[in-house]
Ligand binder design. Sequence first.
Ligand code: SAH
Length: 346
Amino acid sequence: MNIFGLTMDELRAALAPHNVPRFRADQIAEWIYRRGAGSLHAMTNLPKALRAQLSETFTIERPTVVNRLHSADGATIKLLYAFADGQTAETVLMRHSYGNSVCVSTQAGCRMGCSFCASTLHGLVRNLTRAEIAAQAIGIADFLRQEGARVDTIVVMGSGEPLENYDNVVGALRLLHEDYVLGLGYRGVTLSTSGIVPGIERLAAEGIPVSLSISLHAPTDELRSRIMPVNRIYPLADVLRAARRYAAATKRRVTYEYILIRGVNDGVREAEQLAELLRGQLASVNLIPINPVAERDLHRPSNNAIRRFRRVLEEHRITATLRREMGTDIQAACGQLRNRLLEAGL
Ligand code: SAH
C-alpha cells in the first residue's frame, strides 16, 4: 500500500493494525512530506525492526523526474514527472520577486479541446490522483529546501481542467495546506478553469478561499465557442454569473485570463466588447500574449496591438495586467514538454 498522499488521519488509520505508537505517524509524515524520504528504510529515527516490518506492507510512491529544463534567465524550471503507470505531467517552478510559485498539472492530457492549447492535442488519458497532484509541489519544495527556500504560492494552471477532477484537486490543496505538509495558505492558491459552472459553484461552497481565475479568451459566445468548445455547454453569461457568485461567497477578486491571439481576438472591437461584458464587476483581466504552439497556426500579436488592447480596457476602467512571459525558451506553455515526449514515441 502506497502511503504517499495520505492525510495524518488516514496515515494513523493505516498504521493502526501495526500497533505503532501515535507519535510514529507524525515522524513518518515528516519524513514523507518534509524530508523527501523515498522508503521506510530511510527513516532513521524509527527502530530498525519497525522499519523492516512496515516495509512489508507500505511503500512510498513518488513520481520520478524524467526531464528538467532551466530557462536561460534562471527564473523558470520546468519538470516532466512520470507516475507509477508511466503517465507524465508537467510542473513549473517560477521564481518571482514576491516568492516561489509552482504551477501544477491536474490531468494527464485534457479533453477540453481549446484550439490554442498544447495540453489537449492528444486528448485526456486520465485524472491525476490527489497524491500525484500534491507530489508535484512537494517535489519542488524538497528541491527548494536545499537552498533554504520554500514554495510560497501555487497556481493550478498546468495541464488539465481542474474542475473536471474536483475531488483530487481539492484533496491535494487541502493536503498541501496542512502544517505537516507545506503549510500553504489558501490565499496563495489560484485555480484556473475553462469555465465549468457546476464546479465553480461547488468550489464557492467548499470553504477554502482560493483565488479563482477564469479562462475567458473571447468576449462573445460566437467567438468563444469557436476557440473553446466548453462554451457550447457553459456559455459566457452562465460562467460570469458563477464567477460573480464565487467572488461574493469568498470575498476573493476573480481574475479573467485573456490570451491575445493575432487576428483572432486582439482587435479594438473585441477589447470594447470585453469591457462591456465586465462592466461594473469586481474583476481584473490578465492579458497573456499567446505562447505559440508548434502544432497550431496561431501567433502573438504585435506589441502595438497588445498595448492598444490594454489601453481600451483601461479607458473603460477595467483593470488589466499584462502577464510577464516566463519560460518561453523551455516550452513552458501547457503540455508542450509532454507532447515532445509523446511525439518522440517515448
Ligand atoms: N484548464 C484550465 C487550467 C489549465 S490552462 C483552464 O483552462 O484555465 C491554464 C491557462 O493557460 C489557461 O488560461 C489557458 O487558456 C492558458 N493557455 C493554454 N494554452 C496557452 C498558450 N498556448 N499560450 C498562453 N496561454 C495558454
